[in-house]
Design a protein around this ligand. Structure first.
Ligand code: THU
Length: 133
């Protein structure tokens, strides 16, 4: 699967976004090295803090099937916003633990695209090694 195809998968996932409060729709598609695709969307809640972001939904779905960071090829995160949806702080922390530092992250809103890594998004990260000393 190409980078463009993975981005299109994320846009398809975005149609399932549940965002009645923000009306801001985000989709994610995660590709494993054995070519499985996991979709994730943002899922909001009347208790706003219970909201889950799209990229966390996708990576949790992959882990739930037994895939771990070393099995992940790439992840696409797309939105219908005016700017690309750069992952929020909580998602950066989650991605920093559950993705390899150099796994490609493709961001797109159809007007703008950015290929980045979690190493660049969260250079000074708090990690398992800090806790398990
Ligand atoms: N959101 C994501 O799904 N991913 C991001 O990286 C940024 C924010 C969602 C959460 C919420 O449903 C909506 O976007 C507005 O914050």
């Amino acid at each position: 699967m190409t980078r463009e195809e993975l981005i299109e998968e994320a846009f398809k996932a975005m149609e399932n976004s549940y965002a009645p409060y923000s009306n801001y729709h985000v989709g994610s598609a995660l590709l494993t090295k054995d070519q499985q695709i996991f979709w994730g969307v943002n899922i909001e809640n009347a208790s706003f803090g219970a909201t889950n972001c799209a990229e966390r939904s996708a990576i949790f779905a992959a882990y739930s099937k037994g895939y771990h960071k070393e099995d992940i090829e790439a992840i696409a995160i797309v939105s219908d916003g005016d700017r690309i949806a750069a992952p929020c702080g909580i998602c950066r922390q989650v991605l920093s633990e559950l993705l390899e530092r150099d796994t490609p992250i493709y961001l797109s809103n159809r007007k703008e695209e950015l290929d980045i890594t979690i190493a660049k998004l969260l250079p000074y990260h708090f990690s398992k090694e800090d806790v398990l000393r």
